[in-house]
Design a binder for this molecule. Structure first.
Ligand SMILES: Cc1cc2nc3c(=O)[nH]c(=O)nc-3n(C[C@H](O)[C@H](O)[C@H](O)COP(=O)(O)OP(=O)(O)OC[C@H]3O[C@@H](n4cnc5c(N)ncnc54)[C@H](O)[C@@H]3O)c2cc1C
Length: 502
């Protein structure tokens, strides 16, 4: 056995690498995070944080900050000559006890990155900007990475969260299947626009789908502009040229440009998410069209899926747990790719229906049921199966008011319903290594004890579909790990073998 310098080297400090690094650090792992850029990304790029990602941010302790810095998406305003037609792109949902954050949050990517970087700072990690990964070698014992600084780092695992042109993916020889449409490009600009209402996401449809859009960015005087380019066009991106172009399309004055980018829709997915001890996540593993606001969100959830698995395997859980990362996340990305491509194609043909955002993009209904950690044949309750998202519900207990307060943190959570399940709690074995388990007896009504939670409204029992003695184990990433309704102790032990550490 060789000495490892660190447990995990994360390459890329975008939203995905930063989420992963934060999750690994709170598990007590030794982590380094390098990024080839000289400083954090400064543009608005991915500005939609979906409901499920907000739940991830709540678990990491940064949701309040994201909500304070973000805002609701405004209604669209479609400019048709002198008339502006209001258009609601997505239905606004009311919060419910099981879905506390039902609506997409408008938050420029630079702010999301800054919030995650602030978290890393509080966790004691200094991001190494200006340091690129140049290559790596791996063997059964670890990965030796070479950095642009000349340093070689020996780690147990390496994760490439280094974006669409991932150096990690290329060095690992992972094929990125799909296509790039070079003729279909959009110019993205962050700028100030005089005299334009901030209460609308403005769209000037243009002809042949060559639209111009301007979305107001919260708590600033800026808009994110999207200007569809002609196939053969090389756009001038200096401020004077942009301002002239915008004035001719809209009649409005644009100034103080702070970021520009030309976006080409890539639709690609990596053939494998793992090559030995090397993983890819986020845009390094899948790239989408921007429609549907899925790229950042799918990537953050890759990181959230991988983090606890790395922690468990480093603590001695079976290596096959790491194979479940690809098995669980690749189908999600494949489905998202199909969905965002469909939405984007609709936009191009100016079908307004494609501007409607449905439930799928909120990523709340996503389930890993039927995957390697949640076999389709397992026990179920009236409402939940293994692999489903564990819903929120009000509860009362020491320092907590909701189940999401209870789930917050890197641990597994075990809920016991019914007298036999509650009695079995102390006898259920759990390893000392890896993530802890927090055990809670759920009592109906107001009563609870020191280790218990009161189901004050009955909503825990109803949303978890409880009909009798039941143990429900929740994974650190908030999905149901196991449901046990009979032969409690033996069935619980058998159900934890795949992810329990030593
Ligand atoms: C116009 C536009 C609009 C979008 N809108 C949305 C949206 O509304 N919602 C949404 O969810 N997604 C959206 N996306 C997609 C979103 O921006 C990406 O999915 C997201 O940035 C991916 O995050 P990431 O961390 O995987 O990669 P990135 O954010 O690309 O970060 C990768 C990091 O790796 C670093 N890096 C690269 N190579 C190396 C190397 N060799 N060594 C070290 N570091 C390296 C880079 O400097 C970078 O900081 C949009 C994209 C575009 C272009």
């Amino acid at each position: 056995m060789t000495e490892h310098d660190i447990d995990v080297l994360v390459v890329g400090a975008g939203p995905v690498g930063s989420t992963l690094a934060a999750d690994l650090l709170r598990r007590g792992l030794r982590v380094r995070l390098v990024d080839k850029a000289p400083h954090a990304f400064e543009g608005s790029r991915a500005k939609g944080v979906q409901p499920r990602t907000q739940e991830v941010f709540e678990d990491l302790g940064v949701l309040a900050e994201a909500h304070a810095e973000g805002g609701m998406y405004p209604l669209m305003g479609i400019h048709l000559g002198p008339v502006t037609v209001p258009w609601r792109m997505q239905r606004r949902h009311q919060p419910t006890p099981d879905v506390p954050y039902p609506n997409i949050l408008l938050l420029p990517q630079s702010r999301t990155d800054a919030i995650l970087h602030g978290l890393l700072d509080r966790l004691g990690l200094r991001i190494e900007f200006g340091v690129a990964l140049e290559g790596f070698e791996q063997d059964d014992d670890g990965v030796t990475a070479t950095l642009s600084s000349g340093e070689r780092i020996h780690s147990k695992y390496l994760v490439g969260a280094d974006g669409g042109s991932s150096a990690v993916r290329k060095a690992a020889g992972l094929r990125f299947a799909g296509e790039t449409d070079q003729s279909d490009r959009t110019l993205i600009v962050d700028a100030t626009i005089d005299g334009l209402s901030r209460k609308r996401w403005h769209v000037w449809p243009g002809t042949g789908g060559k639209f111009v859009g301007a979305c107001p960015l919260p708590h600033s005087d800026q808009f994110q502009l999207m200007i569809k380019l002609r196939p053969d066009e090389t756009p001038e991106i200096d401020e004077t040229a942009l301002a002239a172009r915008f004035r001719s399309a809209t009649g409005l004055r644009l100034h103080d440009v702070t970021w520009t980018s030309v976006f080409r829709p890539n639709i690609r997915i990596v053939e494998h998410y793992r090559a030995g001890r090397v993983f890819v996540a986020g845009d390094a593993a899948h790239v989408h069209t921007p429609a549907g606001a899925q790229g950042l969100n799918t990537g953050v959830q890759d990181a959230y899926n991988l983090g606890w698995k790395l922690g468990q395997v480093i603590a001695g859980a079976p290596d096959s747990l790491l194979d479940s990362y690809e098995a669980e996340r690749q189908p999600v990305a494949a489905r998202v790719l199909g969905k965002s491509t469909e939405l984007y194609a609709g936009l191009d043909e100016r079908r307004l229906a494609s501007l409607k955002r449905g439930d799928e993009e909120r990523q709340l209904g996503l389930s890993y049921h039927g995957g390697p950690l949640a076999p389709a044949v397992g026990a179920a309750t009236k409402t939940l199966r293994t692999g489903d998202r564990a819903p929120d519900a009000p509860c009362a207990g020491p320092g907590v008011e909701r189940l999401f307060d209870v789930y917050k943190g890197p641990q597994f959570t075990l809920l016991a319903f019914g007298p036999n399940a509650i009695d079995s709690l102390p006898d259920l074995s759990w390893p000392t290594g890896g993530a802890e388990i927090h055990r809670y007896a759920i009592h109906a009504g107001q009563g609870s004890d020191a280790d218990g939670l009161a189901d004050t409204t009955g909503l825990i029992a109803s949303s978890y579909g409880i009909t009798g003695d039941t143990l429900i184990l929740i994974r650190p990433d908030g999905y149901i790990a196991s449901i046990v309704t009979a032969d409690l102790i033996a069935a619980f032990d058998a159900g934890t073998e795949v992810f329990a550490a030593l």
